[in-house]
Structures are given as C-alpha cells and as structure tokens.
Design a protein around this ligand. Structure first.
Ligand SMILES: O=P(O)(O)OC[C@H]1O[C@H](OP(=O)(O)OP(=O)(O)O)[C@H](O)[C@@H]1O
Ligand SMILES: NC(=O)CC[C@H](N)C(=O)O
Ligand code: SF4
Ligand SMILES: [Mg+2]
Length: 459
C-alpha cells in the first residue's frame, strides 16, 4: 500500500582501504534509499572472499560483531530492491562464485533485458544456477569467458543488453562497469590510499569526499595493483541516463552526471510554475520528501509562498504492517497527515514527483480537502508515466499505470483535483540540458530491444 514506486539497487565498493567493510557499511547506509529488501557485502583479505548478507536494512544485517569478521581492504556491497528474480536469499547480492581459478563476487544495479536468453544458453552449456536473478547470469558469463579478469568482464559487458552498473571483486582487484546507455549512475573517487566506488555521490560526501568521476557509458574501470585504468569496451554509445533518477530515486544531495539532483528538481518545479501564469493560489506544498525540491522551485518561480502542508511520519517503513482493514483504509494518514491549520480555507498547489497508479494523489487530495483546503491544484514534476520500465525500476505493468489508460482530464477527475498539470517530455529534456535521458516510461521509446520483456509490454 505504501510502496507505489519502487527504488532500485545501490552498489558500493572500496579498493585498498583499511577496514574496507566499515567504509562499505557507511556507503551502503547512504544508499539505503535505493533498496531496503536486502543488504550484503563481500570483502577480500587478499586470499579469500568473505560474504555476509541478509534480508533487511544495512543496519540490521550488519551488527558490529559481523562487521569485525569481515577483514580485508577490498570490498563490494549492495542494497537491493529486486526487479528480476524473487526476494529469496539466493538472489541477495553480492553473488559469489568459487571456481578453480579463484573466487569472484558481483554487485549489480539495473536489469539485463536479455537475461532469459543468456540463462538458457548457459544452462544448455551445463551451468547450474543457485537463484533466479539476472545478476547471477552476469556472474556466470564472467566465469565462462576466457582470458584475464579484465578480458572476461569486457566480453561479458558486450554480451549484455539493458541496464547495468556493476562491480566485480576478485582476490586483488575490483572492476566497475557501466552499460553503453549509461542508464544507471556509477562514480568513483580517490579516498585515503585507495578508491571508493558508488551508485550515488551522496555516499562520498558522508566520507568528506567532494571530488568524484562518473564512469562513462560503455566504460570499464579497473582498480588493480594500486592503479586505476579505464577502458571503453564499446563505441556503440547512446546516452540514456534514467530520468527517474533525477525525478524520484536519487538523493537530493547526489550529483548525477554533473547535475545536483535537488537543483534538477527545483528546475522542474519552476517549469511547472511558468505554465501556471494566472493561477490563483494561496500556498505551494510538496509531498514529502521527494517533491520538496520541486515545490521550492515552483514557489520561487511563481512567488506563491511555500508551506508545509503535509507531515510525513518517518517511522512508517515499507514493511509496515497494517493490523486491520480499517487501519489499511486509513493507510495514507499513517504516512502523511495534513497540517490542518496551514491548509484550511486555502487554495493549495500540491506538487508531487510522479503519478504511477494514482492512489497517492487521490488520497492526498482527499486528505487536504477534508482538512479544509478550498481547492487543490495538483502539479506533477514529471511527464505522464505511460509505459513500464525494464531497466531496474518497478513502475509496475501497463495495466496498473493510470497514465496508460486515462488521459489528463480523466486522471484529474479520478484524483479529484481542481486542476492537474504535468511536465512535457521535451521540458524534462531541457532541464537535463546536454545529458541524454531515458524517457521510455513516458513515451515508450526504449533504447534497447526488450527481448522476452516485449511480451510483458504488450500485455
Ligand atoms: O500514483 P501512485 O501509484 O500512488 O504512486 C506515486 C507515488 O509513489 C511515490 O511515492 P511513495 O509513496 O512510493 O514513496 P515516497 O514517500 O518515497 O515518495 C511517488 O513519490 C508518488 O508520491
Ligand atoms: N533494482 C536493481 O537494480 C536490482 C538488480 C537485479 N536486477 C536484482 O533484481 O537483484
Ligand atoms: S523507463 Fe523510466 S524508470 Fe526506467 S530507466 Fe527509463 S526513465 Fe528510468
Ligand atoms: Mg511520494
């Protein structure tokens, strides 16, 4: 009920950092917003790879005694929200394999769209999988390819289609890889005597690192023998950074491809405000937390005062259990409550980052009206979501997407708003300036063939 739009995963790596497990713990904690289902870490002491992982948040999976057991100066970690394969323990990452040439661990963010075809091919050649996730396919491919680990990783990356930012760990090196479309973010930075690698730069800032480098689409970065070497594994690049990273997933303090996420969201708010010339409203409110930056941008550009009209109870986790049906029906109130004294008698502009099924907007409009709002004008800081995502985000099936079945006027009526306005895809692209965006969930323009997922799309 509370998790309409699902996060994706986060990866973190530490190369030649003393007590790599503790720095990785902090890194994963900073990336927790990207996945709360499971957390894991693989650490190498130069000889062996030790792994610990489990369901739940990083703070719950790694108690102090567990962290102390993970000795070594090389580590990769993962926070998971599953997109391919279920939530079973076998699918929790990092996934580790032990072969006669040594051990390997993999941590992956994204979704490989040709995973089923590759899995079949590997199974026909005798591979036995432990779990059902696409990330395991990736690990098998690396194991199977011939050559040095760098060559194996490059050959694997060339065979994969879809979204992947992943890390590979062996006894003495780490490889960081980004897909040729740059769908998911991945950056690295020098730290102490080594390096750290992260899905988002917010993890660096908690360590006091303010200078980092993004991997380029189609790039492999090798951390080996104390050196960093970059390799472009393909020239077939089309830049399609996931627009939803800016709109919803990434933390506002992260910098994705050189653009601060908070600044990006503020601009989307300003774009919405400019379309609203003549709209009479008393206050602007954002739906906490992901829409607050856009609400600031709207208020600044429109001159309408920004207010706190909704309070979010931070203790309602995604695993929150609603004890009775009556409680379930009051669900949204457990998470968000209106600040009645603020909204009563006011004409309100309510900003949210996105509409997926429409349940959140509909409930909030009702809440605000019950609290006495005179009018609620809903403004969405993204275009209409009309298509599912196959690149590592669970925007559900087409069937469930309200924007796939209703036009704007119908959605406005459904959510009981006095008016509704979205952004246009072109407006979003302008905010991103020269950064090529993936906007497939807004227009169905997927940057890769979808393989077996084509059927899901046509459902
Ligand atoms: O149209 P819907 O299907 O209701 O989905 C849209 C909502 O889902 C997300 O919020 P979510 O409640 O997942 O989490 P948040 O508190 O992180 O914004 C998003 O921010 C929208 O508010
Ligand atoms: N959301 C993600 O990036 C998930 C990674 C991978 N597809 C998994 O399901 O584990
Ligand atoms: S389809 Fe949407 S959510 Fe998926 S990668 Fe593209 S922009 Fe992101
Ligand atoms: Mg929300």
């Amino acid at each position: 009920m509370f998790d309409e739009l699902h996060e994706e995963c986060g990866v973190f790596g530490a190369y030649r950092i003393e007590n790599a497990s503790s720095i990785t713990y902090y890194g994963l904690h900073s990336l927790q917003h990207r996945g709360q289902e499971a957390s894991g870490m693989a650490v190498c002491d130069g000889k062996e790879i030790h792994v610990q992982k489990g369901k739940g948040l990083t703070v719950d999976v790694f108690r102090k005694d567990k962290l102390n057991q993970l000795e070594g100066d090389l580590a990769i970690g993962h926070v998971r929200y599953s997109t391919a394969g279920g939530q079973e323990n076998e699918n929790i990452q990092p996934i580790v394999s032990k072969g006669h040439l040594g051990s390997l661990a993999v941590a992956h963010n994204g979704q490989i769209v040709n995973e089923k075809e590759l899995r079949l091919e590997l199974e026909n050649q005798g591979a036995i999988f432990q779990g059902t996730s696409d990330s395991e396919v990736l690990l098998h491919l690396i194991q199977k390819e011939k050559g040095t680990l760098l060559e194996k990783v490059i050959k694997t990356a060339r065979r994969l289609e879809g979204a992947f930012s992943f890390l590979v760990l062996d006894e003495d090196s780490i490889y960081a890889v980004r897909d040729r479309h740059g769908l998911r973010p991945l950056s690295y930075a020098a730290f102490k005597d080594g390096y750290v690698i992260s899905s988002e730069t917010c993890a660096f800032e908690v360590m006091g690192i303010y200078d980092s480098t993004d991997l380029k689409p189609g790039e492999v970065v090798e951390f080996k023998k104390g050196l960093v070497k970059k390799y472009q594994y393909t020239q077939d690049i089309t830049h399609h950074m996931c627009a939803m990273e800016y709109i919803y997933f990434a933390r506002p303090d992260s910098v994705v491809e050189g653009i601060n996420v908070h600044a990006f969201r503020k601009k989307t708010g300003a774009v919405l405000a400019k379309k609203d010339v003549g709209l009479e409203a008393d206050i602007v409110i954002g739906v906490p937390d992901s829409s607050l930056s856009a609400a600031i941008g709207y208020a600044e550009a429109s001159g309408i005062p920004l207010e706190t009209g909704l309070y979010k109870n931070r203790y309602v986790g995604r695993t929150f259990i609603q004890p009775t049906q009556a409680m379930r029906d009051r669900g949204v109130r457990m998470k968000l409550s209106p600040v009645t004294s603020v909204v009563k008698g006011k004409s309100v502009v309510m900003i949210d980052d996105s509409i997926v099924r429409g349940t959140t907007s509909r409930r909030i409009v009702r809440l605000l009206k019950e609290a006495g709002a005179k009018a609620v004008h809903v403004r969405i800081a993204s275009p209409v979501i009309t298509h599912p995502c196959f690149y590592g985000v669970d925007t559900s099936t087409k069937e469930e997407l309200i924007g796939a079945h209703m036009n704007k006027d119908e959605i406005e009526k459904y959510i009981e708003a006095d008016s509704l306005q979205y952004m246009e895809v072109e407006e979003l692209k302008q905010v991103a300036k020269e950064i090529g965006l993936c906007v497939a969930c807004f227009n169905g323009d997927y940057c890769t063939p979808l393989y077996s997922y084509q059927k899901v799309l046509e459902k």
